[in-house]
Design a protein around this ligand. Structure first.
Ligand code: TIU
Length: 227
C-alpha cells in the first residue's frame, strides 16, 4: 500500500525505504544578529519565526526513527575552500573570515557557525559542512544518501531561495524526489520565498513538491508509524 503526503502540485508518494529530512543551515550566522546574514544587510529576525516548526519536524522524524541530515555553510579557517568571488562579492559590513561578535564570520568551529541550540543534531544524525550554497557541491551528501538507499528528501531551513532552493535543484537533477516544508523554511525577502515555492511546484513539479509541517508529519505517521 502506498501512503502520500498531501502536497502541491499533487500528492507526494512515500517510498518503502525511509525518506530523509535535510535541515539546511539553521546556524547562528544566518539567524542571529552579528552573523553573516546580518553583515549582508538582512533583517535576520524574520528567520527566527520558523524555529519552532523546524523543531516540530525534527521531533516527528526522530519519533518515527527516520534519517536526518543537518548542513552548515562554512569555510576552513585558512579560507582555502572559499573562492575569491564569494569572498569579494557585495558590500558586506563584515566579510567571511572577519572577526564579528560571534567569532569569525562563517568559519567552521567558531561560535557563530553553530546550529541553534534548540535544533542541535543528536547522536546518529549526520552533520555536513558545505562551502557552497548547494549541499551536494564538495560534500559527502550524495554518497551518504546512496549508501543508505535514500530516494526521497524532505527539506527545511534557510534561506528558501538561496541554500534551500539550490540544494533542491541539485537533488532533483540527481534523481531524488524532493519536498519542501513551506512553514519550516524562510527568506529575508518574503516575496522571494513566495516565488521560490511557486517555482518549485510549477510545470507539474519541475523541482518537486511543497507541503506544510502538519501535513508532512501526518503522511509520515501513516506510512511509518507503529501500526
Ligand atoms: N544570503 C542568503 O540568503 N543565504 C545564504 O547566504 N546562505 C543560505 O541560504 N544558507
Amino acid at each position: 500500500m502506498t501512503f502520500f503526503i498531501d502536497a502541491k502540485p499533487y500528492p507526494y508518494a512515500l517510498p518503502e525505504n525511509k525518506p530523509c529530512l535535510i535541515v539546511i543551515d539553521m546556524q547562528r550566522d544566518f539567524i542571529e544578529p552579528g552573523g553573516f546574514g546580518d553583515a549582508l544587510g538582512n533583517k535576520v529576525e524574520l528567520l527566527t519565526a520558523i524555529v519552532p516548526t523546524v523543531k516540530k519536524l525534527l521531533d516527528g522524524f526522530r519519533r518515527l526513527d527516520l534519517p536526518i541530515v543537518h548542513t552548515r555553510e562554512c569555510h576552513k579557517p585558512d579560507l582555502s575552500d572559499c573562492p575569491a568571488s564569494k569572498l569579494q562579492r557585495g558590500k558586506a559590513a563584515l566579510k567571511i573570515g572577519d572577526k564579528g561578535p560571534m567569532g569569525r564570520i562563517l568559519i567552521d568551529g567558531d561560535p557563530g557557525n553553530e546550529i541553534l541550540d534548540e535544533l542541535k543534531p543528536l547522536p546518529g544524525e549526520l552533520e555536513i559542512t558545505k562551502p557552497g550554497k548547494g549541499s551536494f557541491y564538495a560534500t559527502p551528501l550524495d554518497e551518504f544518501l546512496k549508501e543508505e538507499q535514500i530516494t526521497h528528501l524532505i527539506f527545511a531551513g534557510v534561506t528558501t531561495e538561496v541554500c534551500v532552493q539550490t540544494t533542491m535543484r541539485e537533488a532533483n537533477d540527481r534523481g531524488y524526489e524532493c519536498l519542501l516544508v513551506e512553514d519550516a523554511t524562510e527568506s529575508y525577502f518574503p516575496e522571494f520565498k513566495r516565488a521560490a515555492l511557486e517555482m518549485i511546484v510549477a510545470q507539474g513539479g519541475i523541482v518537486g513538491w511543497t507541503s506544510t509541517c502538519d501535513k508532512t508529519l501526518a503522511g509520515l505517521e501513516q506510512a511509518y508509524g507503529k501500526r
